[in-house]
Write a protein that binds this ligand. Structure first.
Ligand code: PRP
Length: 203
């Protein structure tokens, strides 16, 4: 095997220290980087001529946001909404707002960013809050869309990748606040979340 091939194989496989926790890489670093560039072009086309207010949902968007906005060749301002769903294990629970929007979005073009659209519950709470502030236009951009799990009638305007119903971590997405720093999107071994869910139930 050539050195180049070896290097790219190593880059596209789960690092050794994580092999018992992360089953496989679902979306590689390179695939994410390529898709973000095309997503940025789509967004630029739709928002050309206006200053954008990018509203990013904490915490999962940290990597996606940083990579996406550096490819957006548009004037923009940036703000965050802190929202978290505190549930047990893999099930989403009560939604808690931990940071409110500070920038004025009235009459503005808003791009709302999240890492994943899953049941749609988070978006179904956040969107009406922003709409009530009377922006000129509001569009939703997510890195990942898991349509199989949808329980709320929400669709994103820009989707990086549609994925099957796997428990995914990495590139900002967590399980129990871990794995956010992985450069790829990986599938978590079921034994990891089953163990933690059991511990939560026993508490
Ligand atoms: C995750 C994710 C989305 C939301 C999607 O957030 O970041 O905001 O769940 O799920 P839904 O469509 O079923 O609502 P989480 O509450 O885990 O917070 P985090 O961003 O800090 O990880």
């Amino acid at each position: 095997m050539s050195a180049k091939l070896k290097k790219s194989k190593a880059k596209n496989s789960v690092p050794r220290r994580l092999r018992s926790e992360v089953e496989k890489i679902l979306i590689t670093e390179e695939q994410i980087a390529r898709r973000i560039k095309t997503l940025a072009r789509e967004i630029e086309r739709d928002f050309r001529g206006h200053e954008l207010v990018v509203v990013s949902l904490l915490n999962g968007t940290v990597m996606f946001l940083a990579d996406l906005i550096r490819h957006l060749n548009l004037p923009l301002r940036l703000d965050f909404i802190g929202v978290s769903s505190y549930g047990s294990g893999t099930e989403s629970g009560e939604l808690v707002f931990t940071k409110e929007l500070r920038l004025d979005v009235q009459g503005r073009d808003v791009l709302l960013i999240d890492d994943i659209l899953d049941t749609g519950k988070t978006m179904s709470h956040v969107l009406p809050k922003i709409r009530a502030l009377n922006p000129r236009k509001i569009k939703v951009c997510v890195l990942l869309d898991k349509p199989e799990r949808r329980t709320h009638d929400i669709e994103a305007d820009y989707v990086g990748f549609k994925i099957p119903d796997f428990f995914v971590v990495g590139y900002g997405l967590d399980f129990a606040e871990r794995y956010r720093n992985l450069p790829f999107v990986g599938v978590l071994h079921p034994h990891i979340y089953k163990e933690v869910s059991k511990q939560i139930v026993q508490k």
